[in-house]
Design a protein around this ligand. Structure first.
Ligand SMILES: *[C@@H]1O[C@H](CO)[C@@H](O)[C@H](O)[C@H]1NC(C)=O
Ligand SMILES: *[C@@H]1O[C@H](CO)[C@@H](O)[C@H](O)[C@H]1NC(C)=O
Ligand SMILES: *[C@@H]1O[C@H](CO)[C@@H](O)[C@H](O)[C@H]1NC(C)=O
Ligand SMILES: *[C@@H]1O[C@H](CO)[C@@H](O)[C@H](O)[C@H]1NC(C)=O
Ligand SMILES: *[C@@H]1O[C@H](CO)[C@@H](O)[C@H](O)[C@H]1NC(C)=O
Ligand SMILES: *[C@@H]1O[C@H](CO)[C@@H](O)[C@H](O)[C@H]1NC(C)=O
Ligand SMILES: *[C@@H]1O[C@H](CO)[C@@H](O)[C@H](O)[C@H]1NC(C)=O
Ligand SMILES: *[C@@H]1O[C@H](CO)[C@@H](O)[C@H](O)[C@H]1NC(C)=O
Ligand SMILES: *[C@@H]1O[C@H](CO)[C@@H](O)[C@H](O)[C@H]1NC(C)=O
Ligand SMILES: *[C@@H]1O[C@H](CO)[C@@H](O)[C@H](O)[C@H]1NC(C)=O
Ligand SMILES: *[C@@H]1O[C@H](CO)[C@@H](O)[C@H](O)[C@H]1NC(C)=O
Ligand SMILES: *[C@@H]1O[C@H](CO)[C@@H](O)[C@H](O)[C@H]1NC(C)=O
Length: 828
């Protein structure tokens, strides 16, 4: 068994001193708890502690310090999950820059330009390719850039991981890191240099078509998931790509809309996940299709240069989204690579290539800027050691899956299905559970209702890029997808369980035969109704949904199906597979709807994951990464429709900081289920809150620390927003979590700050969370930390991070509205 280093705890940011033994892993390997929902079964993969899987971590020092800057500077050896160490990749970047500069020293202008210019759509094996430099790439190889944020798109023998939104719903950094690591390894195994993810747009608009690719509607949560995902992916050896920079919050008119966003909102909400990505050492960033304040993202000097490259200190390269480059001169101010290279797909023309060469040759664009572009791109390759010689050649062909010349059919799946299944379960949110409906306990008879319970009629890849809905929904549609190697439906998995339990199972997969469904539900011990809602990218329209959802109701008449079944069975359990929030009002309070499970988009093990939850092999610990409202108009940011011809549609972000729960809190609107909400099969009790200032702050930047404490904004300097002194722990928030119920389970304590009114923040803002697993009757001590950055807001006048005047309130709770402990911090 590979040993995990000391300090590699479940709990991020400092120490979680669990009082029970053997709790290093996610699912504790305890035995003798046969009646518990939890770790008893030895059969289920879900109970295998992750540290006992075949995973061997890259070397990490055995005596990792608990605070300060991580001593190793190699992204292939990131700080362990659970430490408060801030990775410092500056030495790795410096070395990569040196090698890259050396590399391009004998490149011609044309060769440097080529490094920055994709070969054009479908011009190579991957969705993006740079040309080889020198004869057959003797100077620099062709780079393969490939979708998607949940797996290797257009390839065989790969894993379809749970979608980003499910990674977020786990609130479990260790699982998130592991998902990233395995995706990174699969990409490398296929010969992908740059994996086009993660995606970190914000879910500002509840109907936003691509929200499911991202990490929910809170910047802190999104930032943490982006951070762990990137650390994992790059540990696996692939260059990650943080996308889409920025404010690409809806699909409608995405190439012809201007997101008009004020500076404070930009910093605190939308740019924050990119800052965390840069802190994780991300090699590349993708600029988005839309305009910001009237300027295209891929020409936006303020975003690309002032914020990303200067203020955040980003040293990697910015590539365009596919076709998002609109000029040579303006783009070259900040863009480092145009993708897929051609102006429009297969036009044979490009804004870079010969155009860029000509501008450089006549000194309209400085040679130094071209050198900077090529250096940044090549540095990313060195940063991840892709020069090492053993990097696999690209061995699949995205566009010719049946060509034997270009597909070597390399199997990169390993045993990644185990973590897929575990994340699928750990991301499932229990929204309602009355009369102990769940977990199921050897029911005599059950009926499964709805097409979402079963397989698609002709398999899991019926629709190109998953642009359609038939059978279990396990990912949305568009470029953020992968082909399923297989997809386990709930029907298949539950039948396996029924064999063991001797349960009689029947099913009706027709969503529209409601009378029959009601009749079949009569007298059954439980009726499980599966409903769904899908969305995706705008180039595919499904049932009138042009990427974005046209409404927030269940597809296929799901609400009526639930009502028809609930009319006949007082133990109706609803399972929802959905890209985002739905309005549940038609049936959520129905007395016969005894339980509701929110399963999101769990990936290829969908059926096994939901079965693990239904039968209590995994006690639900998922939490909502967005708010479920009572009506669509309760959300603050509507989908902007309309626009025609060459119009640029204005999308004013007038709600500012008040998106999702921040708005519900500010406007005092009661949601149906608030952000962060999720039930368990057991209960947790919180006590003993302690707030302590962290001693021994180290000696870096003492003047800046003092100035910050005195209420000054931090000065503008390159990398200032990512400076370690700003992000190092300043306070430790410690408390006890007791499992006061009768079953083993995991909880997600959440930390919210309440800034004084003068700061102009929403009432509550998430600034910490962790996962903790506790045996019945036991307690665990949990420690979260707050940095100066966490305690700051963006001062638009001073252009820096400063703490508010007065006392900052603090709550620890189980959701954004269920606070159990409170305290205060006054910065002195
Ligand atoms: C380019 O320079 C590198 C070292 O900087 C050297 O290894 C390589 O052989 C040179 N290539 C050519 C074609 O001159
Ligand atoms: C490039 O590779 C091809 C195919 O392997 C080979 O036929 C060709 O001779 C090579 N060219 C050079 C200049 O090495
Ligand atoms: C957009 O305009 C707002 C309001 O003037 C300003 O605060 C913000 O910094 C601008 N952002 C960009 C990227 O130009
Ligand atoms: C250069 O850019 C212009 C658009 O500005 C385009 O029309 C032209 O085809 C490009 N040239 C090449 C060689 O791609
Ligand atoms: C430089 O070259 C570009 C591309 O050929 C051309 O559009 C531009 O007018 C030239 N500028 C000068 C100052 O010659
Ligand atoms: C992926 O699925 C599509 C159908 O949706 C199919 O045409 C294609 O061949 C599949 N690719 C691979 C690599 O299996
Ligand atoms: C909402 O959209 C779905 C999917 O297109 C559709 O099935 C449903 O009928 C729509 N609901 C309403 C109330 O229009
Ligand atoms: C609940 O289910 C029972 C059958 O178990 C049925 O008789 C009753 O009418 C249902 N209640 C409602 C409100 O539909
Ligand atoms: C549900 O209905 C069954 C009979 O179908 C009855 O035995 C049971 O008590 C009912 N449960 C509740 C909670 O009403
Ligand atoms: C949790 O505690 C509440 C209130 O004490 C109780 O009603 C509920 O049944 C408990 N739930 C579990 C799962 O133990
Ligand atoms: C904070 O306090 C300083 C010094 O007392 C004062 O100048 C400033 O206006 C205050 N800022 C706010 C937002 O209240
Ligand atoms: C926090 O401070 C406020 C006043 O600023 C006070 O009303 C409140 O009681 C304090 N809360 C705690 C838990 O100390």
């Amino acid at each position: 068994m590979p040993t995990m280093p000391p300090g590699n705890h479940i709990i991020p940011f400092l120490i979680l001193a669990l009082r029970v033994a053997g709790q290093q892993a996610i699912g504790p390997a305890v035995t003798g708890a046969a009646t518990n929902a939890g770790p008893a079964s030895t059969e289920s993969v879900i109970t295998i502690p992750i540290s006992q899987s075949s995973f061997t971590p890259f070397s990490v020092p055995s005596q990792a310090p608990v605070s300060g800057v991580y001593p190793l500077t190699d992204p292939r050896s990131p700080p362990p999950v659970g430490s408060s160490l801030i990775p410092d990749f500056s030495q790795a970047w410096a070395a990569a820059y040196q090698e890259a500069k050396n590399k391009i020293s004998n490149f011609s202008i044309e060769e440097k330009v080529s490094v920055s210019t994709g070969v054009g759509w479908m011009g190579g094996r991957c969705v993006g390719n740079t040309p080889p430099i020198g004869d057959n790439g003797t100077k620099f190889p062709s780079l393969c850039l490939e979708d998607s944020p949940l797996g290797v798109r257009f390839a065989d023998y790969v894993t379809s991981f749970p979608a980003g939104i499910n990674a977020a719903a786990t609130f479990n950094r260790k699982l998130i890191r592991r998902r990233g690591l395995f995706m990174g390894r699969e990409n490398v195994g296929k010969g992908v240099h740059v994996a086009l993810g993660p995606m970190m747009n914000m879910g500002r608009v509840a109907q936003g078509g691509r929200n499911w690719e991202g990490f929910g509607a809170d910047p802190y949560l999104t930032g943490e998931v982006a951070y762990e995902t990137i650390l994992g992916m790059q540990e696996g050896g692939v260059q990650a790509c943080a996308k889409h920079l920025i404010n690409n919050e809806q699909e409608h008119f995405r190439t012809q809309s201007s997101s008009d966003v004020d500076d404070r909102t930009q910093h605190e909400i939308y740019a924050h996940p990119f800052l965390r990505s840069i802190m994780a050492g991300v090699a590349s960033i993708m600029c988005s299709y839309n305009l910001i304040n009237g300027t295209y993202a891929c020409e936006n000097d303020k975003i690309m240069n002032d914020i990303i490259k200067r203020e955040f200190g980003f040293q990697g390269y910015i590539m365009s989204d596919w076709g998002a480059t609109h000029s040579t001169m303006s783009a070259a101010t900040g863009l480092d690579m145009t993708m897929p290279g051609d102006i429009t797909f297969q036009s044979g023309t490009t804004y870079f290539g010969a155009n860029l060469t000509a501008y450089v040759q006549n000194n309209t664009i400085a040679q130094a800027r071209l050198d900077d572009m090529a250096t940044r791109v090549i540095a990313g390759w060195y940063l991840l050691h892709q020069d090492a010689g053993n990097f696999p050649p690209t061995n699949f062909d995205a566009f010719k899956p049946d060509s034997e010349e270009t597909n070597e059919h390399i199997d990169v799946q390993e045993d990644h299905h185990k973590v897929v299944r575990k994340i699928g379960a750990a991301s499932t949110v229990l929204l309602k559970n009355t009369n102990n409906a769940l977990p199921l306990n050897k029911p005599r008879s059950i009926v499964l209702v709805g097409s979402d319970a079963g397989p698609g009629t002709i398999g899991p890849n019926q629709f190109p890029d998953q642009g359609g809905l038939d059978g279990i929904l396990a990912m949305g549609w568009g470029s953020g997808t992968s082909n399923f190697t297989y997809l386990v439906s709930p029907l298949e998995a539950i039948q396996q369980r029924a064999r063991k339990d001797r349960t009689s199972v029947s099913w009706i997969l027709d969503d529209f035969n409601r009378n029959r469904a009601g009749n079949m539900a009569l007298g059954r011990s439980a009726a499980l109704v599966f409903i769904s809602s899908d969305s995706g990218e705008d180039y595919i329209t499904v049932d009138g949904n042009e990427g974005d959802r046209k409404n927030l109701t269940a597809w296929h008449d799901g609400d009526d199906l639930v009502l028809a079944v609930a009319a006949q069975n007082n133990n109706t359990i609803v399972i929802v597979h959905s890209v985002g929030p739905l309005i549940l009002e038609p049936w959520i309070e129905h007395p016969n709807v005894s339980a509701v499970l929110w399963a999101g988009l769990p990936g290829q093990e969908a059926g096994n994951s939901i079965t693990d939850i239904l039968y209590g092999d995994w006690n639900p610990s998922g939490r909502l990464p967005y708010t479920i409202a009572k009506q669509m108009s309760d959300y603050s940011a509507p989908l902007i429709t309309g626009g025609s011809g060459n119009d640029v549609l204005a999308i004013p972000y007038t709600e500012g900081l008040n998106i999702d729960y921040r708005h519900f809190d500010s406007a005092k609107i009661t949601p149906r289920f608030e952000f962060g909400f999720g039930l368990s099969y057991t209960n947790f009790t919180y006590s003993n809150l302690r707030i302590a200032k962290v001693g021994g702050q180290g000696s870096t930047e003492p003047a800046l620390q003092k100035a910050w404490a005195a209420g000054k904004a931090t000065p503008i300097a390159t990398g200032s927003s990512a400076a370690p002194w700003l992000h190092r722990p300043l306070y430790t928030i410690t408390f006890d979590v007791e499992n006061s119920g009768s079953l083993w389970g995991g909880d997600i304590p959440q930390l919210y700050l309440h800034f004084p009114a003068s700061a102009g923040e929403p009432p509550s803002i998430l600034k910490g969370f962790t996962n903790v697993e506790v045996l019945p009757g036991e307690s665990a001590e949990v420690a979260l930390t707050l940095s100066r950055y966490d305690l700051s807001y963006w001062d638009t006048v001073a252009q820096g991070w400063r703490h508010p005047n007065g006392t900052i309130g603090l709550s620890v709770g189980t959701s954004s509205r269920d606070f159990r402990l409170s305290g205060n911090i006054t910065i002195t």
